[in-house]
Structure formats: structure tokens, C-alpha cells
Design a protein around this ligand. Structure first.
Ligand SMILES: [Zn+2]
Length: 333
């Protein structure tokens, strides 16, 4: 199997064609691009009826931008990778208790309990005044890092026989809100830039607006569920955190001690939290089950619960490994 970037005018038909040939979709980027694993002979011959490895000159500005971000991500894969470090060796990305209530998952909720099926991911970027601005090249960097972070999860799913793909959406909002000089907790910091961002993108503010974004991308992608991530240079209570079991996740572009080159790893870790995977590097509860439905497990790869800890994105910045218990926590049984 070979990883390919495919352009298509019909996501549904192209997806069906790739899957019928024994391939698998890893990511959908906007409305016309698919990142797929396809059988090598198909890739070599470019023998698709509903997709092409060539990006046409008539492709939209968005598609060209997404394609560039994807190629940036592929280039980065070829560079020397950072040393594997436990999250506690520099500042550790955090997780907070859920922001959405359990009721958010009932009925026609846009959210999803497990990391399975097709999941729409809305990545909203708040570009503020002066030093808070996110340049076009920084936006491309965020895109390429998020592509690598989500590709980690969809590739891991594929290795484990789990159907999983992400449809990625990006929205950049230019807002005039100044950086707050003080805020006392996570929402009082992030609401300062989240609400103007939602308004600039024509959604309501607060939880209603976040739900609208999630519902919009879920419908647009015909996905099983949706989640949100916010990126900015605004003051946050911590440089990266996610709300356990539902999201959203919030990240600062500077990515603290890890730097913007490791947004992919911190992002992948936080996505694990969004889908119920707990940390494995500190303060673990060893006799509590995590995960949803019938697919639950103890945190048995946590360093305080085992003497033979394995590599895992929930323990370190290791984009090569996912442990058995984290697989169960996100719903892969
Ligand atoms: Zn964490």
C-alpha cells in the first residue's frame, strides 16, 4: 500500500473506489482532497475513475493550500525526528474534565464517544492584532502539523483493523480583541478569543456556537461525529489542553517548550484526551476504567501502574507508538 494525495470532484465516489480496491481513506482535506492508502499498482498507474494524483490547475485556492500543507507534512516526515521525551520532561500538555455534558452526546448530538468511523475535525484559528496575528505561513504550519497528528491516529487505527478517517476543516478568523492582561481560569482566558472567532465565522458565541460549528462540519462531511480545536497566540491558562471526553482542545502556536515543530505530537496527545484516553506519565489512577460503552480498560500502561511501561503517545512525544490500553480508551476493542 502506498500513501497518496488524491484530488476528486466527488468525495463519496472516490472513497468508494479506493475502498473497493482494498485501499483506505486516512484523511479528507476540505472538499476535494483525500489522503489514502492505496494498492501500489493503482497508485503507479493513477488508474482511478473518480480521483487523480494530479491536482488540476483549476483546483480551488483552498485545495491548493491544503495540498501544500500536506506536502509540508510529508517533507517533515523525512527530517530527523525529535528525541523521545516523556511529557513531564518539559511542560506537559494538560487535560481538564469535560466541557460538554454527557447529555451533549444524546440524540442528534454532533459529538461522538469513540474514535471510530468518520470524524469531522474543525480547526479554528484566531488571528489577533499585532503580535497575536497568525501569518499565512504560520497557518500552513498549523495545518501541516495537524495533518501529521491526525494521520498518526488514522494509521494506528488501520494497523488495528479499525475503520477511522478524519475530515479536516480549517477556519481562520481575523479579530481585533487585545490579549487579556489577566484571566483566572481556562474558560475566562479562551472565551476572550473563542467568542469573537465564532462570531467572525458567522456562528453564535459560547457553547451554542461551538455546537453549531460541530454540527456544520459533521453534516458537511456526512461524518459520524465532529470535534473542535482552537489555535491562537492568545494568553491561555496553559499552552495546550483538551477537555476530556468531548473536547474542544486549545493550543498556543508557540507550543511552549516543545516549539511549533512539535505541534503534531502535542496535538495528537490532546486528541487522545478528547476521545477519553488518560495521561500515562503522572498521577494515574490504576484501578479506574476509562473509555466508553463496552470498550473500557484500566490505565495499565501508566508509569505508576506497571513496571514495564511501553511507548505511547499518552506518555511521551512518541508518534510511533500507541499502547493497548489507550486503544481501548478511544474505543478500539
Ligand atoms: Zn495529557
Amino acid at each position: 500500500m502506498e500513501e497518496m494525495l488524491l484530488h476528486t470532484d466527488n468525495i463519496d465516489k472516490a472513497t468508494a473506489e479506493v475502498e473497493a480496491a482494498g485501499g483506505r481513506i486516512l484523511l479528507q482535506l476540505g472538499h476535494n482532497l483525500l489522503v489514502a492508502k492505496v494498492p501500489s499498482h493503482m497508485a503507479k498507474q493513477n488508474s482511478f475513475s473518480h480521483a487523480s494524483v494530479h491536482i488540476p490547475s483549476s483546483a480551488s485556492v483552498q485545495s491548493l493550500s491544503h495540498a501544500n500543507a500536506y506536502w509540508m507534512a510529508r517533507e517533515n516526515e523525512l527530517k530527523p525526528q525529535p528525541m523521545i521525551q516523556k511529557w513531564t520532561e518539559r511542560t506537559a500538555p494538560m487535560a481538564f474534565k469535560r466541557e460538554y455534558s454527557d447529555e451533549s452526546f444524546q440524540g442528534d448530538s454532533p459529538y461522538r464517544q469513540t474514535m471510530t468511523g468518520k470524524i469531522a475535525y474543525a480547526i479554528l484559528v484566531a488571528s489577533g492584532p499585532g503580535s497575536l496575528a497568525i501569518s499565512d505561513s504560520e497557518l500552513q504550519k498549523i495545518k501541516s502539523e495537524c495533518i501529521t497528528g491526525l494521520k498518526f491516529w488514522s494509521e494506528q487505527a488501520q494497523k488495528n483493523g479499525v475503520i477511522l478517517s478524519f475530515a479536516m476543516y480549517w477556519g481562520k478568523a481575523t479579530i481585533t480583541t487585545p490579549n487579556p492582561s489577566y484571566c483566572s481560569n481556562a474558560p475566562s482566558c479562551h472565551d476572550k478569543f473563542v467568542n469573537p472567532t465564532l462570531q467572525a465565522l458567522k456562528f453564535s458565541t459560547g457553547q451554542v456556537g461551538k455546537d453549531q460549528v460541530a454540527q456544520y462540519v459533521k453534516n458537511d462531511a456526512k461524518a459520524d461525529g465532529a470535534f473542535l480545536a482552537f489555535f491562537s497566540k492568545y494568553k491561555q491558562i496553559h499552552f495546550a489542553y483538551a477537555y476530556f471526553g468531548g473536547g474542544p482542545l486549545y493550543m498556543q502556536y508557540s507550543n511552549d517548550g516543545w516549539g511549533s515543530d512539535q505541534i503534531d505530537r502535542v496535538f495528537a496527545h490532546e486528541v487522545g484526551h478528547v476521545f477519553n484516553a488518560p495521561d500515562e506519565y503522572t498521577n494515574c489512577k490504576c484501578y479506574t476504567n476509562y473509555g466508553k460503552g463496552s470498550c473500557t480498560a484500566r490505565n495499565s500502561n501508566c508509569n505508576t501502574c506497571t513496571s514495564s511501561q511501553g511507548g505511547c503517545i499518552m506518555d511521551s512525544n512518541d508518534l510511533g507508538n500507541l499502547c493497548q490500553s489507550s486503544k481501548k480508551h478511544v474505543g478500539w476493542c
